[in-house]
Design a protein around this ligand. Sequence first.
Ligand code: PLP
Length: 390
Amino acid sequence: MERSWRTAAVRAGIDADTAEGAVVPPIYLSTNYGFTGLRAPRTHDYSRSGNPTRSHLADALAELDGAAGAVVTASGMGAITTTLMALVSAGDTVVAPHDAYGGTWRLLDALARRVGFDLHLLDLAAPDAVERVRTLVPVLTWVETPSNPLLAISDLAALADATHAGGGLLVADNTFCSPVLQRPLEFGADAVVQSSTKYLNGHSDVIGGVVASATAEMAEQMAWWANCLGVTGGAFDSYLTLRGLRTLGVRMAAHQENAAAVVDALCAHPAVERVHYPGLADHPGHELAQRQMDGFGAIVSFEVVGGEDAVAALVDGLAHFSLAESLGGVESLICHPGSMTHAAMPPEVQEAAGLRPGLVRLSVGIEDPDDLVTDLVAGLDRAGACDESE
Ligand SMILES: *Cc1c(COP(=O)(O)O)cnc(C)c1O
């Protein structure tokens, strides 16, 4: 029977156990599976190539993304490595965002030299991005929208058209959104990659990833490479991630409601110079975000008056935000990209990418929104006082 993604997330694998009738599918920790006779393997033979627990998660994630198939990997970077190995060869042209996730940038940069492909890092949210992609005729265009940490929005459908015009493929890293907020395959992307470490699992206790592909042929290719590279996900991690996935819908709703409350408080505070959130009417990507997203998400960044000293005053004393990297868990996090997630970028590169010293990124959790706002406003009051004392 037809089912919506909400039902799929809750019911994936439920009642699938034929041995005992367990409602929740058991974890298959076994590394190997007996053949029923010579030349007669069962569905699974070895857990790197295939594992029943991992299959439940992969099937659920494929269904949520509207994909032909998905492969679950041991990390988001494992999913990205799988994708690049499957799609890129020596001499190819690859386009990626100039503000890609740091690990993605590092891998692309290292592989471009080792494999020998031409890597073009562009601002994929800029007005001329689509035309530049069309002119470059890439084999692969990599896109992340919203971008990190400035939440710039790129046009998925236009980038897919421009890439397909030259015979290339579009792959979207959808980690910031999850399929609840954005399904890139619907806009013409050929594959979607996610770090399930973030919203999909949602409890900050599993490192994992997934590649979901538009066609069965590509899904097969991705699964082949993940197995070949040895980066497929473990059974216990898959079990935990499937458990996390069951509440993805209600979590994303709570995350977004809290983010809206936090954005209101930030916009009203005199210590805040600028708020970057695609839900704000004056955000340059607001209309595009309305078209291609089903909500604006719960990653918010903003700039405090007074630079890094003010950031120190803000974070020192917060009770309900942990000063930590990562995102997408039920707990709220605060991060200073300049000295944390983006520290590998030299100051002049940060400046060029628009990362000013007073920039702060929040991953808004699902705590009581009043507690979050009270805590943040007290922190901003400290930041403001610090600026006046200078
Ligand atoms: C965290 C993250 C990754 C990497 O995923 P891991 O699970 O840490 O390997 C890739 N892309 C984005 C956008 C991320 O936030």
